[in-house]
Design a protein around this ligand. Sequence first.
Ligand code: GLN
Length: 498
Amino acid sequence: MSSKLPEGFLQYAKEWEAKINAFIELRPEMGEGDICPGGAAALVAGLPFAVKDNIAVKDFPLTCGSRLLEHFRSPYSATVVRAIEAAGGRVIGKTNLDEFGMGSSTDNSAIKRTNNPWDIERVPGGSSGGSAAAVAAGIVPFALGTDTGGSVRQPAAFCGVVGLKPTYGAVSRYGLVAYASSLESAGVLSDTVARCRAVFSLIRGRDPMDETTHEAPEAAAPLYPADMGAKRIGVLSPEAIAKALAAAAKNTEDDGNDAPVSALETAAQASVLEAEVRRGFELAKERLAGLGHTLVDVEIPSLKYGVPAYYTIATAEASANLARFDGIRYGARPGWAENPDELIDKARERGFGAEVKLRILLGTFVLRSGFQDRYYLRAQRIRAGIRRSFESFLGDGEYREQAALDAILMPVFPSRAFGRGPSSLSAFAQKAADLYTCCANLAGLPALSFPASLEGGLPVGVQLLGRAYAEGVLMDIAEAYERQYPFPHPAGYRAFWK
Ligand code: GLN
């Protein structure tokens, strides 16, 4: 079988790309050629796909959105990319991202600015914003991203596509440029749930090149066949979390906690859902109940510590992972320096953007000797507590024998795609707003974001979080929803792919 690009596609891709700038490099003609389809690959074979530019694809750039790697090309391909290529998928480009995956807007890219296909004055979300925008515009039917604290699910929600963050260890990280190794996973962004399932079925599994990977255990829910029956879904109350945060801001002085009150207040405000997101979330609840699922309210009070724990662990790991970019082993080398120390200083000073520098500083701060108890170890304890809370509801881990919920429904992000300029979210508020996404990474559990509704012309996503290796259950629920309420597309979208 040979794959020909559909009539009119090249022009279509060019026109969309001129508007949204989703790609760091786009070679749409790569989609043509012979392919060898097989089995689960029916929704992948012969189709073009895009890859976030912090995942290695042989002979493509691997900039990570950074000046430091602007001219670097990868000599090999990541395991996830090879798995899709083996099933007949073809990479047509590398997509834009926040530098090294650090951000929620893709505006932290040093290479270019990507726009949201629903409204080009707004951000596509981040950090996998280029991948989400490319799928939403129909340039590719699916794309790969990475999710360390929400970077697949949040841009998926902003652009109105499906976004899956798999269980930690379900998918190989070989060939991903590490940001925070213990939190991150390669993930799928796609036009439909069925496509997400097909892509995930190809990329999951043990990889000898990544010792943290596992096959799904025998007892885990199967990915196929889909079970569209009624499920028990817990609903996490966003109000309860926002209230807990506001109370924390009030009580902070009595706590002996030295965080500035104003920062805590801003964080509490940033977690409150925008009215449109609130409406979308309520609508999703009604629709899920209408589809026959049982909904029960759940509260996880420890989530109010999720963001501080996430940023402590993520920046600590980032400061270590980014040490290799020194202008010697990796990264553009300055033309001249007096000695090796100066060379490294110059390479990093010129190469890294402000957000990356901030995070390296934070990471070295929380790890500095004598203070690990106070920050890093404390964050690890919070992380374990959050995981246990989810497991207690989902009947996982030490709670395996308990009657349990099949999934937990949560908002993805407190706002829809935000604009640029004064109406934008501050860098601090963007971090506080990672509250709903970062807990799945802290807990290592799978989470799936899908478009719940359109509110005021912009998509609103919701996410389902599940037991370890229960991606299939989450996709069953989302697929039943999609059948009844097909996902929306931006104006000008054309469906080229079956
Ligand atoms: N917004 C989060 C951060 O900036 C998400 C990052 C990610 O998942 N790569 O860290």
